[in-house]
Design a protein. Structure first.
Length: 181
């Protein structure tokens, strides 16, 4: 009986290694326009309200983020700041890698390849922008969000690398603080 139980346990552990949790997160609210010191879109930073909302969302979702193995973010300041807030709330101490594939103006193929190449991990966060995140979610899972990704919105998709299948699990709507399944 002990052999059967440990064999079952090994099978379950092996099965869970074959699935990747993909979190897609839109950056929090940032300043709307350029200023005397902010001369480009890439330098737009989070507002105080944006930081506050992102801290609230990250605190609410920290149990989902607790097993993150990698965080990829667009190199734009507002996305990096959002990734840092989530990492702090989740207790994530690894690297936050800045990748051009998550910028809005880059191809979707690069973002999809980045996701597929993460298949050996079990939980990864990708922080980016609209409309790219909404289109990416739809491309992977067929899910269309009614109002696209809100600022500070987060989705969870399961990826099974062996079968190359993606399954939408939920979207967290930060304005109402509810899950949409």
């Amino acid at each position: 009986m002990a052999f059967v139980l440990s064999q079952l346990s090994l099978s379950i552990n092996f099965y869970t290694l074959l699935q990747l949790k993909i979190f897609l997160a839109r950056h929090a609210d940032a300043i709307d326009q350029l200023t005397e010191t902010v001369k480009s879109d890439a330098m737009r930073y989070l507002t105080g309200k944006g930081r506050e909302k992102e801290n609230e969302v990250a605190e609410y979702l920290k149990e989902y983020f607790k097993d993150l193995e990698m965080i990829y973010t667009s190199p734009l300041i507002r996305a990096v700041q959002t990734a840092e807030i989530i990492a702090a709330k989740a207790g994530y101490t690894g690297n936050i890698e800045l990748v051009n594939e998550l910028k809005s103006e880059t191809s979707f193929a690069g973002a999809i390849e980045l996701i597929r190449n993460s298949g050996s991990l079990s939980s990864v966060l990708f922080v980016g922008h609209e409309p790219k995140l909404g289109i990416l979610l739809n491309s992977l899972t067929g899910k269309i969000l009614a109002n696209s990704f809100s600022k500070s919105g987060v989705s969870l998709t399961e990826f099974e690398p062996d079968s190359d299948t993606f399954r939408f699990e939920w979207y967290f709507e930060p304005k109402k603080m509810i899950f949409i399944r």
